[in-house]
Design a protein around this ligand. Structure first.
Ligand SMILES: Cc1ncc(COP(=O)(O)O)c(C=O)c1O
Length: 396
């Protein structure tokens, strides 16, 4: 057969698994030193100096006045949805991580799913316009895989209808659109610092905004509704970030430029290694955008490869390359929402469904060497060359 692919009986190419989203540990010594200082101060959480420094740096980089750090992005989105007064219906792209939808629903808001532009992976603004009703109070954009959404068009749409415009920017810190950094678009943006994210704080999130009144409301909401003198003025929750998380987040943030270089190098290597593999397309940032390259995503065109997306993933996993298929299925096809289609998803959403059937995320970041990237590309090439045998093995 002339193939050493594990799925056809060979040995796995990697003894140790290659993971998508393996955490970047920026400067272990500095992280531990900052944690030690926090312990010495006996100031472990609740607006400590590390959280303050992290917030100031995030606001500075985003070019906005306010940043409120949180324990994760899911709670940050909930806090923002509530503090921002979203009610009724909010338009969002279906092709995103499920947290974007859940946070709206959790706050009693109906997520109205709209389709995406397959080329960019981001919200299709023309379709978003079509699903706006008299109950719509906002738009939740997503910078998918760090690739900034069409912010100018969305701002115009939100203005036209008097809607709030927020961004789920969980993937996108470090990116820019038309020279402007992510973090300053819409009324507010939300970052995630989950361990798998580009900048990580073990778990963490942040809301960045230039809107003074919204920032004040977010600050109260993320701290039990308590403000000056512990006066409680609204219903709130506990969304605060700890000093330990900020120690990691701050150190990670200080290393952002280095981490972008690491990711870009790997992205370029994937681009070179996959250029001649028929039916495989590496996704790139949209014109006018720069990204952090934390997400290396390929599309599998089955007529071109002779191989289904799922069979390619099974082949890579047999080699210990733990490729992923985020985001499959799209939100509107998940159990909690599929039954609510009449209210939450004006079907069909053909582009979300088509893209979610084609995508594969490949490992990158500091946990993957350039040689390993070459090996992954070679495996993909070999799987495509042996597509009929691979398909047969997957069926068996
Ligand atoms: C698009 C998107 N939104 C929100 C989240 C939630 O982030 P967190 O894990 O910080 O709660 C994620 C996490 O992966 C995400 O990918």
């Amino acid at each position: 057969m002339g193939s050493e692919l594990a799925i056809l009986g060979g040995e796995p190419a990697f003894a140790e698994a290659l993971h998508v989203g393996r955490p970047n540990i920026p400067d272990e010594g500095l992280v531990l030193e900052r944690i030690r200082q926090a312990i010495d101060r006996r100031w472990l959480t609740s607006f400590g100096p590390l959280v303050k420094e992290f917030e100031e740096e995030l606001a500075r980089q985003a070019g906005v006045k306010h940043c409120i750090a949180t324990c994760n992005a899911t709670i940050a989105l909930q806090v923002l949805i509530r503090a921002g007064g979203l009610r009724g219906e909010v338009v969002m792209p279906s092709f995103t991580f499920i947290a974007t939808a859940h946070t709206l629903r959790w706050e009693g808001v109906t997520p109205v799913f709209c389709d995406i532009d397959e080329e960019t992976g981001n919200i299709d603004v023309a379709h978003a316009r079509k699903v706006i009703t008299e109950r719509t109070t906002g738009i939740m954009g997503v910078h998918l895989w760090g690739n900034p959404a069409p912010t100018e068009e969305l701002a115009a749409l939100a203005d036209e209808h008097g809607l709030r415009l927020f961004y789920d920017s969980a993937h996108a810190i470090g990116g820019t659109r038309l020279g402007r950094p992510v973090g300053g678009f819409g009324d507010a943006e939300v970052y995630s610092f989950h361990a798998t994210k580009f900048v990580n704080a073990f778990e963490g999130g942040a809301i960045v905004t230039d809107d003074d009144a919204l920032a004040e409301r977010v600050r109260l909401t993320h701290n039990y509704g308590r403000g000056e003198g512990n006066h409680v003025s609204c219903v709130g929750t506990n969304a605060k970030m700890t000093e330990v998380a900020a120690a990691m987040g701050l150190t990670s943030l200080e290393n952002m430029a280095y981490l972008i270089d690491v990711n870009r190098e790997r992205f370029d290597r994937y681009a070179a290694g996959l250029a001649d593999v028929p039916g495989i397309r590496l996704r790139r940032p949209s014109p006018g955008n720069t990204v952090n390259h934390q997400y290396v995503v390929i599309e599998v065109d089955t007529p071109g490869t002779g191989l289904s997306r799922d069979d390619l993933v099974a082949t890579l996993q047999a080699e210990n390359v733990l490729a992923r298929t985020h985001f499959h299925p799209s939100c509107h096809r998940t159990e909690p929402y599929v039954h609510e289609q009449a209210v939450s998803a004006p079907l069909p959403l053909p582009h979300s469904e088509a893209l979610s059937d084609r995508v594969v995320q490949l490992p990158t970041g500091t946990g993957v060497t350039l040689d390993q990237v070459d090996q992954v590309c070679a495996l993909i090439g070999r799987a495509v060359r042996h597509a009929p045998a691979v398909t047969k093995a997957c069926l068996a």
